[in-house]
Design a protein around this ligand. Sequence first.
Ligand code: CMC
Length: 374
Amino acid sequence: MPDKQAAAAIASGLEGIEAGTTSVCSVEQGQLLYRGYEIHDLAEHATFEEVAHLLLVGHKPSTSELAAFKRELAPLRNVPEWILDVVRRVAPKSHPMDALRTGVSLLSHIDPDVADNSLAANLRKAKRLLAAIPTVIGAGQRAIDGKATVAPDPSLGHAANLLYVMTGERPSDLIARAMDVSLILYAEHEFNASTFTCRTIAGTLSDMHSAVCGGIGALKGPLHGGANEAAMEMLKEVGTLENVRAFMDNAFATKRKIMGFGHRVYKNGDHRAPILREWGLKLTKERPQFRKWFDIGDAVQKIMLDEKKIHPNVDFPCGLTYFTMGIPVPQYTPIFVASRITGWCAHIMEQHADNRLIRPLSVYTGPAKRSWNG
Ligand code: CMC
């Protein structure tokens, strides 16, 4: 007989369950810390490359370590033409997350360390993926736009180069830093759905590329990373400040989720959201025509807080900020990948370094034992 009592006792969605240990990241009293460094501190004082080094190598880089890290990453941005060719072919007919997943899968075929799960090989693979992912994203977007692929610029940082390969234009310092901060905020978040997916795949002793493909699949969903796209699409649907009240009334009446709001871990607000909102607002000083979208967002946020006590998560200001940068909405979640690849790879390395298969049990709720022949 199905054990209904046991089923009821299971935390739905594994809410509140500690499913393993990690030294990569923690959430302490609502604060997000990467290896002990709090997210406000990192967003204010670090660059994305420094954070990537912190997550992947395990410590804050010295000046010379950072320079060496950047020198190592720059040539790894180059991706063979045959891979970019496949990406260019599929991109115009697919969601960019699907094209990116295919690109990462193809990268596994040229990686000399693909089947080696040692720490040293995993670190080499993580750096290759970190450097190559923007090139794949850029080739896909340029194909969608009917334009030639732009070769990565080794003189640019990760964030500026990501924008450059997508648009063909070098971003202003302000836009590059706003993107850099968004990548810092997105880099890591302990056992979120995509990272847990990566760890589960790595836990079978499968390889890093396979785990990252799984992570991309999990991140794509609108309840996870896909929320940054969904939030902006929703705001476009609202359209005007005057329409906010009617939109929200209808959403509440039809139990429609307001995208970019709510969080499994942060019930009193996601600390990353105000940081990114501030950066988005800075951009509107140079691009005042986008200010209207922040006003609409603020009105939605006020109603959500006043009437539902639900706060925005980082994906809400992210949608607004990337929109202000002029980035096509379907690229918001791939950009999330260009950052979260660091957290995923850090967790995959940690899993491989001290592995035990992840294999929980389920509580059966189907029919009781019966005979096939009746
Ligand atoms: N809009 C409307 N109601 C909401 C929302 C929302 N965005 N989020 C939560 N609620 C309600 C929910 O309906 C439930 O109400 P009730 O108790 O009456 O059924 C209550 O709040 C508790 O929510 P929950 O669904 O039990 O919360 P959860 O921890 O299972 O889900 C969540 C968390 C993030 C999936 C959910 O808040 C959600 O769907 N948000 C919208 C999608 C989104 O923004 N996702 C991004 C997540 S954070 C960053 C990232 O991963 O990229």
